[in-house]
Design a protein around this ligand. Structure first.
Ligand code: NAG
Ligand code: NAG
Length: 392
């Protein structure tokens, strides 16, 4: 009986998933497919890709960083929140899709943490600052590396749970976003003169640090988690400016630097292997790889096709220089082929901001615009939704 019934059950589950997928395709992120998961809390660890206000509350540097000033935040909040963009981040769109309030930063002592906490700190690294320092890599913005964020998480859970059992119960329907983290370890290394070989040799250690963070979250009772990988960093204006070359074969079809993208893929491959290992260690925990790399590639494809179709011809008739989606230049920045200069970055005096950030993929040469993150998050939500196994 059971043997003949189970393929039937499987078939109908598959059918439900297919129907949901098409529902999502037709309604986009507003259909909130993640609501089916009934997440009641989200916890985020990471760096500037997901910081919603921790760095700017840190003493002594935080409040004096550009992220604490306009034009950061100009589009959505109309004031700086500490998000490294003109508006919302991927984690904001993920929270909205899940039907959970936007995550407050841990450093905001007045915040309501009943729907989760954001521990991410812009500039943070996967490896502790001391470990990087021993490699002569200096972490310039914050000492709140991943291990410190994990300590904050422990302190937080110890404050809301009386014992382990209570935590397990409380976190039953929580979503954990562990990363993206590690991108800065490589950023700092490469911009402080390390070679590609040295970067490659750091990857296992960085991935190990991320895996230990996942283990720590599981030890508190996490049951569903997303572990995002790195962006195709060879597509970002900061890298394209620093490693600009006349060798045309150094670029791919999107004008991204191939070698840097291959490096990001290498990190992501090792991270995926690490996730497989973690799944074997904890078979009852759902651990999903967050494919930021493919989400960004989708964004580029979307931007290109959007530029070609829709209003492109109409606008070109008015002004031949109008492209509807700018994938190369940063919106906020100055100079060079990519509107980026490391010594005069967005937020510095006299650095101009584009009038139409929604047309740009890159906000400041390092981080994306709200619109860029929105499109990436839309792709990501539909990618992780099935893998989170919320329908079982
Ligand atoms: C690229 O080539 C031009 C002209 O040959 C030269 O002036 C320029 O310095 C080169 N740029 C780089 C980054 O090698
Ligand atoms: C970046 O800005 C500095 C300071 O204004 C300037 O000296 C330098 O030439 C600029 N670099 C590029 C590549 O434009």
């Amino acid at each position: 009986m059971a043997a003949s019934a189970s393929p039937c059950v499987k078939k109908s589950v598959l059918a439900i998933r297919i129907v949901l997928f098409f529902l999502f395709l037709s309604f986009g992120i507003d259909a909130h497919p993640l609501k089916i998961c009934k997440f009641d809390q989200i916890y985020q660890l990471g760096d500037s890709i997901s910081d919603t206000g921790n760095l700017i509350r840190e003493v002594p540097i935080g409040a004096s960083t550009a992220f604490a000033r306009l034009p950061y935040g100009e589009t959505f909040f109309k004031n700086p929140t500490g998000r490294c963009s003109d508006g919302l981040l991927m984690i904001d769109y993920i929270a909205m899709a899940a039907g959970v309030p936007l995550l407050p930063p841990y450093k905001n002592v007045e915040a309501d943490f009943s729907f989760g906490v954001n521990f991410a700190v812009a500039g943070s690294t996967a490896l502790p600052s001391e470990v990087l320092a021993a490699k002569h890599i200096f972490s310039p913005v914050t000492d709140s590396s991943f291990n410190i964020q994990l300590d904050w998480m422990s302190t937080h859970f110890n404050s809301i749970c009386l014992n382990h059992r209570e935590c397990v119960e409380k976190l039953q329907n929580a979503l954990f976003m562990v990363g993206e983290i590690g991108g800065n370890d490589y950023n700092y290394a490469i911009f402080q003169g390390k070679t590609m070989e040295e970067l490659i040799s750091m990857v296992p250690e960085v991935v190990n640090a991320i895996m230990n963070g996942v283990r720590k979250a599981i030890s508190f009772g996490a049951t569903r988690m997303v572990v995002p990988g790195n962006f195709p960093i060879g597509c970002l204006p900061i890298y394209k400016t620093a490693f600009q070359t006349n060798i045309s074969t150094a670029y791919d079809e999107n004008q991204c630097l191939k070698q840097l993208n291959e490096f990001a893929m290498y990190h992501n491959e090792l991270l995926k292997e690490g996730i497989d290992k973690l799944k074997q260690e904890s078979p009852n925990v759902v651990i999903v790889y967050g494919d930021y790399y493919s989400a960004y590639k989708f964004l580029l494809k979307y931007a290109k096709s959007y530029g070609k179709s829709r209003y492109a011809d109409m606008n070109k008739a008015v002004d031949p220089h109008i492209t509807l989606f700018e994938t190369q230049k940063a919106c906020c920045g100055i100079g060079g082929k990519y509107n980026f200069n490391m010594t005069r970055m967005c937020g510095a005096p006299g650095v101009p901001v584009c009038k139409d950030p929604h047309r740009y993929v890159s906000w400041d040469g390092v981080h994306l615009t709200q619109n860029g993150y929105k499109i990436m998050a839309g792709w990501l939500v539909q990618d992780i939704f099935g893998k989170l196994l919320c329908l079982f």
